[in-house]
Design a protein around this ligand. Structure first.
Ligand SMILES: *Cc1c(COP(=O)(O)O)cnc(C)c1O
Length: 388
């Protein structure tokens, strides 16, 4: 990946916001303030500690307001990966690694690989398939539930193809059957309504860096912590649910980023959907052999994912990178491997189409001029590659 590093400095157009986002300047100010000036340990009894404790409490309350829960139902973690591990491993351990988990075949690796590990430890896991649009059928959840089922874990929005899952429909089923429901909402935090009551979920994961917040901080909402064994053992921080000194700058920054994103959600979504749909239309009109992956309308406002016939996605990514344009060929976690992503594979596309996957994820600084530039570059590079 030396290529990446050499060309990095001349990158001008960034279309990989599903991988991570730049920190918002107002968030950065707070991170700096709570790292440099109010740097106290929130557990300390003196004024430095009190200052940090107050800021953390206010941040938890702000996030609880957005999630429509109590502040004590939120545990702060190091990110989406840890939040997903905490709920999946926490419930499994609490039940002596005996029981059943239902998830989908298109989850993020922090859910899938965690479930594979839990299978080794004794759990039984069902991986539900998706249809061509990447959607899970709520009836398949209903059918998969058994007396042993402890937890259903289905993501709110897919990080590769952007498909939004029918979370409220699934939660009606899990409620009726008395099964706990977790959703990995990491891709949804910046653009969708994450009201846990409206969604009807028992657990929800978020990550700061996916919505212009700091990296290395996330949260897990827990309706009740009774079913969870802590996974990081230390001091009595966070009611013993997650040891470790509170990441005050991260938590304060994440709360600010979430507030900003949710405040501007509707206007920004309308803008992104406009850009996204224009891009999708233009690609379908001007580039042959382009297959839109994910649901045509039930998708993240900022996500356009295509498979280009007779194109190697990674080579196209590198060609665009050489022109100063950053996109993704799959999830950031699988980039560098040559095989087809598990999400695209789950859609059942023929291999010669599936290997030409490119994810374009827009963000708050992208303009229509930039999107037009991307289209030109895509057309030229794809034509050149097919001409070879
Ligand atoms: C990025 C992402 C994660 C992992 O979050 P980190 O904070 O980077 O650990 C988990 N799930 C989804 C859907 C993601 O997009």
């Amino acid at each position: 990946m030396i290529h990446y590093i050499c060309s990095y400095l001349k990158l001008i157009l960034y279309f990989d916001h599903a991988a991570t986002t730049p920190i918002h300047p107002e968030v950065m100010e707070l991170v700096k303030l709570y790292s440099e000036t109010h740097f106290g340990n929130a557990s300390s009894l003196h004024s430095y500690g009190a200052k940090a404790r107050l800021a953390v409490d206010q941040a938890f309350h702000a996030m609880a307001g957005i999630l429509n829960c109590d502040a004590h139902q939120i545990v702060s973690t190091s990110g989406g990966t840890e939040s997903n591990n905490l709920v999946l491993r926490g419930i499994s351990e609490k039940n002596g690694f005996q029981g059943h988990i239902i998830t989908s075949s298109v989850e993020h690796h922090s859910v899938l690989h965690c479930c594979e590990r839990l299978e080794e430890l004794g759990m039984r896991v069902t991986y539900l398939p998706v249809n061509r649009d990447g959607l899970i059928d709520p009836n398949s959840v209903q059918k998969a539930i058994t007396d042993e089922t402890l937890l259903v874990s289905i993501m709110m929005a897919n990080n590769e193809i952007g498909t939004l899952q029918p979370i409220s429909e699934i939660s009606q089923i899990t409620k009726e059957r008395g099964v706990l429901f977790h959703t990995d909402a990491v891709q949804a935090g910046g653009s969708l309504d994450c009201d846990v009551e409206r969604l009807g979920v028992d657990f929800l994961s978020l990550s700061g860096h996916k919505f212009y917040g700091p990296k290395g901080v996330g949260l897990l909402y827990m309706r009740s912590a009774r079913q969870i064994s802590p996974q990081i053992i230390g001091g009595a921080h966070q009611s013993g649910l997650r040891g470790g000194t509170l990441n005050t700058p991260g938590i304060v920054g994440m709360a600010k980023a979430l507030s900003l994103a949710q405040e501007h959600r509707e206007t920004e979504n309308a803008r992104l959907i406009g850009l996204r749909d224009q891009l999708i239309q233009d690609i379908q009109k001007h580039i042959s052999g382009a297959f839109l992956c994910g649901h045509p309308t039930q998708r993240l406002p900022n996500n356009a994912h295509f498979c280009f016939e007779k194109i190697d996605g990674e080579s196209l990514l590198m060609r665009l990178n050489n022109r100063g344009i950053a996109v993704s060929s799959g999830s950031a976690c699988t980039a560098g491997q040559t095989d087809i992503s598990h999400v695209v594979a789950a859609l059942g596309l023929p291999e010669q189409i599936a290997q030409g996957a490119i994810r374009i994820s827009l963000g708050k600084n992208n303009t229509d001029t930039e999107v037009s530039e991307l289209l030109v570059a895509l057309r030229e590079e794809i034509e050149a590659m097919r001409g070879l």
